[in-house]
Design a protein around this ligand. Structure first.
Ligand SMILES: Cc1cc2nc3c(=O)[nH]c(=O)nc-3n(C[C@H](O)[C@H](O)[C@H](O)COP(=O)(O)OP(=O)(O)OC[C@H]3O[C@@H](n4cnc5c(N)ncnc54)[C@H](O)[C@@H]3O)c2cc1C
Length: 431
């Protein structure tokens, strides 16, 4: 029923939670809360399935899918299975494949997914478990008071209002709460641009390696090569915003030029045909504030996003979604919603993100990258693989932490050795 002109249609009743955004973070939070018996209303701006960047998943995400009851559906969908990640350094022509380990609390594989399909599956799963999903509905404002939160949205041009006891910001890079009530800090050196497209008929490896993600590091930045199911390949080039600003021609010419400058990619692409337009995402590194507040918290990209190099975004989205659902469910239980009670959630999130952010910054230093590709012992290799699998949100044992400290110490020694040998040591963050 539509509202009379000038009046907003109200979603009836007071919900326990309103979730803004139906990406992996929002669907996960919603699904866990609904499974706990909470009344959840979710607003999503886009009609799903919708295109999204970020197609390579990590092994540690699979137990989350299992706990939310979605793993069997994901497994049946025929996504490309991924057993490892291969890094190639053009400077030294060195290549290393990391295979996920079998002795961990997560499986030794994950999936490469078309996000349009994966995100739609998760949102449908949330709806199946009772989340009231409203698509093509954009939240425009939120107002908090002593008893709850009032949300104003717009769907097909018509205003809607809704009321809940709590709000979860899962609005991704839009960062609804940070934009309206806090602030977003851009990370200047990580001012990057990604150009990417899908290809059909590009080179595939045989057997277990078919689904490996490849990261090709070259002078102007790096490429991701993600083999998807049905002979599709996602190829993205990440470069410094300066490179794009200084490019006089069209973006597709720049994309083609970068492929030309990275012969490994150019070679594998022979015979491949581009089947999508070239997409562009810019300036994707930021930290948002606040993460928690009275009657709200943020999950996924609405918290922060630093760099796609380790394919960790969907894992962070779903892991924070699960943790948030637990914290919100407890708050609903005892009716207390002050920011302070969500401090443990904030600490757990920051503890999980810390090692990742450290790794990402170090990764751009050639001295670190060199030792990262050549772990000297099985012990250090396992620690690196824990991070690459998405294990940082679980308590890392002292052995893993010590191994990472050894890796960082080896990188410092390598820095000194490279300097003495007159080899480049500047961080490639300045790409
Ligand atoms: C170049 C690049 C490459 C990447 N590669 C990978 C990768 O290989 N693997 C990986 O795991 N991650 C990758 N990521 C990161 C990953 O895409 C994100 O971290 C992930 O999508 C975050 O999920 P989310 O649910 O927080 O946000 P999103 O998936 O962005 O979902 C947010 C949703 O909120 C909706 N929304 C926003 N504002 C409103 C509003 N006001 N009202 C209603 N709805 C709203 C949006 O429509 C959107 O659907 C990459 C990111 C970039 C930039």
């Amino acid at each position: 029923m539509s509202a009379p002109a000038g009046h907003a249609a109200a979603v009836p009743g007071v919900h326990d939670v309103i979730v803004v955004g139906g990406g992996p973070a929002g669907s996960t939070t919603g699904a866990f809360l609904a499974r706990a018996g909470r009344r959840v209303l979710l607003f999503e701006r886009e009609p799903f399935p919708r295109f999204h960047v970020g197609e390579s998943l990590l092994p540690a995400t699979l137990p989350i899918l299992e706990r939310m009851g979605a793993l069997a559906t994901v497994a049946e969908r025929g996504f490309q299975v991924k057993y490892g990640a291969t890094f190639h350094d053009q400077e030294s022509d060195f290549q290393r494949t990391f295979y996920f380990l079998t002795n961990k609390p997560w499986p030794s594989y994950s999936y490469q997914v078309r996000r349009a399909d994966f995100d739609a599956l998760l949102l449908e799963h949330a709806a199946k478990h009772g989340v009231d999903v409203r698509q093509r509905a954009t939240v425009e404002s939120v107002a908090f008071d002593a008893d709850g939160v009032s949300v104003s949205a717009r769907r097909d041009g018509l205003p809607i209002t809704a009321r809940a006891r709590f709000l979860v910001d899962a609005s991704g890079r839009d960062g609804l709460i940070a934009t309206k009530l806090g602030h977003r800090e851009r990370i200047p050196n990580l001012g990057k641009v990604a150009l990417f497209a899908h290809f059909r008929g590009a080179g595939r490896l045989p057997g277990r390696d078919e689904g490996n993600i490849f990261i090709y590091v070259f002078q102007d930045g790096w490429f991701w090569w993600i083999p998807l199911a049905n002979d599709l390949t996602s190829l993205g080039c990440v470069m410094h915003a300066r490179t794009v600003r200084g490019w006089p021609g069209q973006l597709d010419e720049l994309y083609a030029e970068m492929i030309r400058r990275c012969p490994r990619v150019a070679h594998r692409l022979v015979g491949g045909e581009r089947v999508t337009e070239i997409h562009r995402v810019a300036n994707f590194s930021y930290m948002n504030e606040p993460l928690v507040g009275d009657r709200f918290l943020a999950v996924g990209d609405a918290i922060a996003f630093v760099d796609p190099i380790f394919s960790i975004g969907v894992h962070i989205a779903m892991q924070t979604g699960e943790l948030a659902a637990r914290a919100v469910d407890r708050a609903l239980e005892d009716g207390r919603f002050m920011a302070a009670r969500f401090a443990p959630y904030q600490r757990t999130v920051e503890r999980g993100l810390g090692p990742l952010f450290r790794f990402i910054h170090k990764y751009y230093e050639p001295a670190f990258f060199e030792v990262f590709l050549r772990p000297k012992t099985r012990w250090v290799l396992e620690a690196v693989l824990s991070v690459l699998s998405g294990g940082t949100f679980m308590r890392m044992g002292w052995g893993t932490r010590l191994a990472l400290a050894v890796l960082f110490a080896a990188a410092r020694m390598n820095l000194w050795a490279r300097r003495r040998a007159g080899r480049p040591v500047e961080s490639r963050l300045e790409w």
